[in-house]
Design a protein around this ligand. Structure first.
Ligand SMILES: [Zn+2]
Length: 305
């Protein structure tokens, strides 16, 4: 009987929680609110029915009553509490202030630890869509800035010599903010696709004024594009008008027929036919800024015949 009730140690539960957080994009709901997570962890440990349904009875002396609580919930909560003390996760009480949801969220250190447990190289942090408390704060700031009339898309203070931890966080914040704003779709072709492990979106966060020219990591200087349209935008095959309609290069008329084709689909000529407005975010406040797209039209777009 006691053998059957042997539960995983706190360390083991802590690791399982970090893995679970990673597998759920960096956030999980409070345990009381999400039985799915509790079930998932119970299955990870191969817990039997007795272990899953074990209760702890606590006597509340003050109120002179008995409180029954699930042993598994208690273990999960204690492990999460400890992870929060070690600053590897943020508590639901902290997270709610930012996201309005009561969730546990990985911190940057927790993210690193999860990668280590899972044997995933740390460089993948730049592209994996896992939320972290620190990056989420940047995303929130980017989304909440009020839209300036005269926006300067250049970062004049940027030190180009070395990539600091802060720059990397900012890059990830930019990427996450743009991809979320465009609902993980390319603004031109609206393609939405993930890697087979369901972790990575294909869509990219493109800078309008390129990063290499000190373009800012602001939501107004970005647009979500698939790999192909990102490339075509960066080399000047198309740009955007002030009303966010696509403007394609006249040079398209000069390329041989077999250029830019994907089977029967004519990727490059299709751009000239597009006269509609690109797929934009829900809120106008975070649309690309006209000063940034004007710069792109004048400096990147290849118009001539
Ligand atoms: Zn596309």
């Amino acid at each position: 009987m006691l053998e059957d009730l042997k539960m995983p140690t706190r360390m083991e539960v802590e690791e399982a929680l970090l893995k679970s957080l990673f597998n759920h994009g960096g956030v999980i709901k409070e345990f009381g609110a999400d039985e799915e997570i509790v079930e998932e962890i119970a299955s990870d440990f191969n817990l039997n029915e007795q272990q899953r349904s074990a209760f702890l009875e606590t006597i509340y002396k003050k109120e002179n009553r008995l409180k029954r609580s699930s042993l598994l919930h208690r273990l999960l909560f204690r492990a999460a509490d400890n992870l929060a003390k070690e600053k590897l996760v943020s508590r639901p009480t902290q997270t709610i202030q930012m996201t309005h949801k009561r969730e546990w969220m990985l911190t940057e250190n927790g993210y690193d630890k999860a990668l280590k447990i899972l044997g995933i190289p740390k460089v993948q942090k730049e592209t994996l869509p896992i939320k972290s408390y620190e990056v989420e704060k940047i995303v929130k700031r980017l989304n909440e800035q009020s839209r300036p009339v005269n926006y300067d898309p250049f970062d004049h203070n940027k030190k180009t010599s070395k990539v600091s931890k802060e720059t990397r966080l900012r890059n990830r914040g930019f990427r996450q903010a743009i991809i979320e704003a465009y609902d993980c779709k390319c603004a031109v072709c609206e393609m939405k696709i993930k890697s087979p492990d369901a972790l990575q979106w294909e869509v990219e966060a493109a800078h309008i004024v390129p990063h290499s020219l000190n373009g800012k990591d602001d939501i107004w200087n970005g647009v979500a594009l698939c790999h192909l349209h990102h490339w075509a935008f960066d080399v000047g095959w198309f740009t955007l008008k002030d009303d966010f309609k696509i403007l394609a290069s006249k040079q398209i008329e000069n390329v041989p027929n077999n250029f830019g084709k994907i089977g029967n689909y004519d990727f490059i000529r299709q751009l000239s036919k597009e006269t509609r407005v690109i797929a934009l975010p829900k809120r106008k406040e975070i649309y690309p800024h006209q000063t940034a797209i004007q710069w792109h039209r004048e400096n990147v777009f290849y118009y001539q015949l």
